[in-house]
Ligand binder design. Structure first.
Ligand code: PMP
Length: 389
């Protein structure tokens, strides 16, 4: 059975993580991996989460199964954060998932169950795991160029042309905010055009929102998504708390589906519960329970919001510093979230690694908050030297 298998090449980002950790040069700068780091290069547990975990430890009396729906209160508490004025829209349901990845997988399997020949419009470049998840669900991808790396801007005309060419019932994957890997988010006018196109063409928006609060703020970062909720009868949302609560390894996410009516929502719920049952049966509880405690407790919620704003502030400050170094880097100051892309060739990226111990993805994607404060100048100087070289 197994001898017929051919090895799959590991994801290049995972290879990069391994290479970076094996590098013993003391001046190493690892901006490959996608976790928030403080000015000292640490990824600490948020204090609000730590306190909630303590409460959980004191309060929790059993580890018995939670049930197939996961923690329903957790999903309800997230609704106003994600959907704002649309939190009570008819037919909006949420199901706790293992991280954003779990939500994406569950959501695309739902699409497959509902319309097996649906195609998924995906802008390129996109996060490396989107394609495997979508194709793994048995769906066909239609790619269009989203971002022009050399010109450091969104190719909005190409995006709209792709939406114009879509068939009714196709699904469009959209990054809610803090686009990974480019940092280039749609502006308000572009969101308005995208939602008008979705409504006009009968395209179902599928929003991946994994970095809410790390761009301009919880509400600002969800504006595009909330606009879609107003314009479209059906919207699918894969949400993650892994970044904005800093609980990456604990796998905390939620799939939301706006199904148009409560009746359809009940049917959808039966499907997603069945699909989830086949995959993980029930989501892991620990950090979702901690997130719930944070959101239910006014003091902890306020503390979390402060910590989130500190993370966001650091990302913005780093962006400003990098942007001010050279006009060629100015665009980084306009972009959002943890990632941006340097207009570098894979060879230039190799040179940075070999000569300067700087680790970034082959595409030129780097984690803006992956470097310590003291490394910013050296990082920028090395990148500019590589661009000139
Ligand atoms: N979507 C995007 C765009 C991401 O960057 C990530 C994580 N890197 C995810 C979803 C999945 O997040 P999680 O770790 O919660 O599965």
């Amino acid at each position: 059975l197994l001898s017929g298998l051919e090895a799959i090449k590991p994801d290049s980002l995972l290879q990069l993580i391994q290479m970076a950790s094996a590098d013993t040069r003391p001046n190493k700068i690892d901006v490959g991996v996608g976790v928030y780091r403080t000015s000292n290069g640490a990824t600490p547990i948020l204090s609000a989460v730590k306190k909630a975990e303590k409460i959980l430890w004191e309060r929790q009396e059993t580890k018995a199964y939670l049930g197939m729906s996961g923690d329903k209160v957790y999903a309800e508490l997230l609704k106003p954060i994600v959907f704002g004025q649309h939190a009570d829209d008819e037919g909006l349901i949420g199901l706790q998932t293992p991280g954003g990845c779990g939500a994406l997988t569950l959501g695309f399997k739902l699409v497959k169950a509902a319309r097996p020949d649906a195609r998924v419009l995906v802008g390129t470049p996109t996060w490396a795991n989107h394609q495997p998840v979508i194709e793994g669900a048995g769906l066909k991808i239609v790619e269009y160029p989203y971002y022009l790396k050399e010109e450091t801007r969104i190719d909005f005309d190409a995006m709209i042309a792709a939406f114009d060419a879509a068939r009714p019932g196709d699904v469009a994957l959209l990054h809610g905010c803090c686009h990974n890997p480019t940092g280039a988010d749609l502006d308000a006018g572009q969101w308005a055009k995208v939602r008008a196109k979705c409504a006009e063409k009968g395209i179902i928006p599928f929003v991946d929102i994994a970095y809410q609060g790390l761009g301009d703020g919880l509400d600002d970062d969800a504006e595009g998504l909330r606009g879609l909720m107003g314009a479209c009868d059906e919207v699918i949302v894969a949400q993650s708390c892994d970044k904005n609560f800093g609980v990456y390894r604990d796998r905390v996410g939620c799939l939301f589906v706006k199904a148009g009516s409560d009746e359809t929502a009940n049917i959808v719920k039966s499907h997603i519960m069945q699909i989830a049952r086949e995959m993980w049966s029930m989501p892991p509880d620990h950090s979702a329970a901690a997130v719930r405690i944070v959101l239910e407790n006014d003091d902890l919620r306020a503390e979390w919001l402060d910590e989130l704003s500190i993370m966001r502030g650091r990302i913005k400050d780093l962006r400003k510093r990098i942007a001010s170094k050279d006009p060629r880097l100015a665009y980084i100051g306009e972009q959002k979230g943890m990632f941006s892309m340097m207009p570098l060739t894979p060879q230039q990226v190799d040179t940075l690694r070999d000569e300067h111990a700087i680790y970034m993805a082959d595409s030129g994607r780097f984690n803006v908050c992956g470097m310590a404060d003291e490394d910013v100048d050296r990082f920028c100087d090395a990148v500019l030297e590589a661009m000139d070289g």
